[in-house]
Design a binder for this molecule. Structure first.
Ligand code: MN
Length: 229
């Protein structure tokens, strides 16, 4: 099988990014964005999407984390476009479940489970994706948090709070625009900043994993009645 990979070199006056993505990987990663919390999110993305990901970003962190996070989302989206190519034979939708009872379907010799609902202690997040060729981000469940009064404990978690209030959205918007996918992310419930962001990234990962998998029943076919995605 041809290797589904995307190599991106992207440089602007704000960030310089080198990224290598292998979709049919094993979850290995080497991530250096200069933002430890973001490295943690991208590392667990690779792990749970079961892709191999190398990413190095030199961004203008002296301004703030915004450009770095947004541009890494853009570069990752571009890498998926390259790696997926004409999308023949892929599942396309990452609803998380195969058409039959997911626990009964063996996939690559393993049990095939693709829960796109991901819990993390008190938090539950959902992600549904469609590599449709059309960019759209739906971002639900976090808007009221923008006006929420922070507790002392939350203030102490500067980075994860910043991600919950806006940075995560910038990442996913950049990804959706460039991967040209419908990306629906929702916080069903949850409070703790680190858990909220981590559950979002994990549900994103699970959803991407399922959507990118190849379905042998439609090998060689573009999964669209239009014939193009
Ligand atoms: Mn964590």
């Amino acid at each position: 099988m041809h290797i589904r990979q995307g190599l991106i070199n992207r440089a602007t006056k704000e960030t310089r990014i080198q990224l290598a993505l292998k979709i049919d990987g094993s979850g290995k990663s080497s991530i250096k964005t200069g933002i430890p919390f973001f490295d943690h999110m991208l590392t667990l993305f690779a792990k749970h999407a079961v892709v191999d990901l190398k990413l190095k970003c030199n961004g203008d962190l002296e301004v703030d984390a915004h450009h770095t996070v947004e541009d890494c989302g853009i570069a990752l989206g571009q890498a998926f476009v390259l790696a997926l190519g004409d999308k023949r034979g892929i599942r396309r939708y990452g609803t998380g479940f195969a058409p039959k009872n997911p626990s009964e379907i063996p996939f690559n010799g393993k049990d095939f489970r693709g829960e796109a609902y991901v819990p993390m202690d008190e938090t539950l997040a959902r992600c549904v994706i469609d590599f449709s060729g059309r960019p759209y981000l739906v971002w639900r469940g976090m808007n009221e948090m923008a006006y929420k009064k922070l507790s002392a404990k939350e203030k102490a978690q500067d980075t994860s709070s910043a991600f919950r209030f806006g940075l995560a959205r910038e990442f996913f918007q950049g990804f959706a625009n460039e991967a040209r996918c419908n990306l629906h992310l929702e916080l069903i419930y949850g409070e703790e900043p680190h858990h909220v962001v981590e559950a979002l990234f994990k549900s994103f990962a699970k959803s991407v994993d399922v959507a990118c998998q190849q379905d042998t029943r439609i090998a060689g076919q573009v999964p669209s009645t239009k014939g193009k995605l």
